[in-house]
Design a protein around this ligand. Structure first.
Ligand SMILES: [Fe+2]
Ligand SMILES: [Fe+2]
Length: 383
């Protein structure tokens, strides 16, 4: 539930002129629904945060992360998690959690580095993520557990990810999407993909032996195998620039709904909590297993709409790369982790099922909006 209309605690940074400005007007070539598609000047001023709060909790969290003033976000979060009817779709709480994770990633220079481990910010994060995790464990359907062997776990993950979950975003992109839909698709994807692979990298030091080697093998590809121009996040940045959009991280945060933030928050929560190691491994396995064919269809749709190789290269790259990654992730990563640590098997399956469910919600949100002739992005009224 959002708490639109509730009083917004004005961040002090606004007073200081560092606040949360709306960004540049859009160009004619992209959807009018987008708030800032022009190549952005956001990084001209690291002190500027490219998005705005969505309620009292996110306002107080942003204020603390930017200028160090604690205006009572923990108490606000406590009230908000109790009042929220659906934390997975709660704009204020999802944005607050997103910002708290962004502090750990170093995603926004405006967030003070010395506040990463601030006790009250960590308390607020724990409060929101505990409720979020509880909600996911209630709403995500986890399949029956296989035997804890590499083969059985790999087979179970392929069976889970191979299920047809209904209307397909990638098929829609391939055949029916308009230019506006394609731009919205890139905007929705930008929250994760401009930082692709980072949430799963938190698992590297927590693994040992076979699963560690498998994860590093995958991540090495994701990070370009030693070539900065081949880093997948950089390929995606090139794609959005070539499509006339901004590649500045967070440029479109105000445009994306809570379900998109929740998708990113799910993997950040799994990655940043050592006790959820199985879940982040399962998440990556499901992610890789549902990538190759959809990416082929995305590229097909983008070419149908007239986009060139500079936009499609990111998607082309994933057709082959993820056909390999899914094998490594299923057997060598998730499978061997289950063999070495059978106690993690339930969370491996939970993480995989959660990945499918939260990403499916984003896809359904887009398809629902488009089937109504509406935008999948947040409207002015929703802000
Ligand atoms: Fe990738
Ligand atoms: Fe991959």
């Amino acid at each position: 539930m959002t708490r639109r209309g509730s009083p917004l605690v004005a961040p002090r940074v606004l007073v200081k002129g560092l606040g949360f400005p709306r960004v540049a007007p859009h160009s004619a070539s992209v959807s009018p629904a987008l708030s800032s598609p022009l190549p952005s000047t956001l990084d001209d001023d690291d002190a500027v945060l490219p998005f705005t709060p969505r309620g009292p909790v996110s306002a107080a969290v942003l204020t603390h992360l930017v200028d160090g003033t604690d205006t009572g976000h923990t108490a606000l979060a406590e009230l908000a998690v109790m009042a929220s009817v659906d934390i997975e779709r709660d704009d204020d709480l999802q944005l607050a959690l997103f910002a708290l994770y962004a502090s750990a990633y170093g995603a926004f220079p405006a967030f003070r580095a010395d506040l990463e481990w601030d006790p009250s910010l960590i308390t607020t994060r724990r409060m929101i993520e505990t409720t979020f995790e509880r909600s996911l464990r209630r709403t995500v359907e986890v399949p029956e557990l296989p035997a804890p062997t590499a083969d059985a776990v790999s087979r179970a993950l392929f069976a889970l990810t191979g299920r047809d979950a209904g209307p397909s975003l990638s098929r829609y992109l391939a055949r029916k999407a308009t230019l506006d839909h394609a731009h919205e698709f890139l905007v929705q994807r930008s929250v994760y993909t401009l930082r692709e692979a980072d949430p799963h990298s938190w698992a590297i030091p927590r693994l040992t032996g076979r699963p560690k080697a498998a994860l590093v093998e995958i991540q090495s590809d994701e990070y370009g195998g030693g070539r900065p121009d081949r880093v997948h996040a950089a390929l995606f940045a090139r794609a959005v620039r070539a499509a006339g959009l901004s590649d500045a991280y967070g440029a479109y945060l105000d445009d994306v709904p809570a379900v998109t933030l929740a998708s990113h928050n799910t993997m950040s929560m799994f990655g940043l909590n050592r006790r959820l190691l199985g879940a982040i491994v399962g998440h990556l396995a499901a992610f890789e297993m549902t990538s190759s064919i959809p990416n082929r269809l995305y590229a097909e749709g983008l070419r149908r709409l007239g986009f060139g190789d500079d936009v499609c290269e990111y998607f082309d790259e994933h057709v082959e790369a993820d056909a390999v990654h899914e094998q490594i992730a299923g057997r060598d990563l998730a499978g061997t982790l289950a063999e070495d640590h059978p106690e993690m098997l339930p969370d491996i399956l939970f993480g995989a099922a959660a990945c499918l469910e939260v990403d499916d919600r984003v896809g359904r949100h887009m398809l629902d909006a488009w089937s109504r002739g509406a935008s999948s992005l947040r409207t002015e009224d929703e802000r």
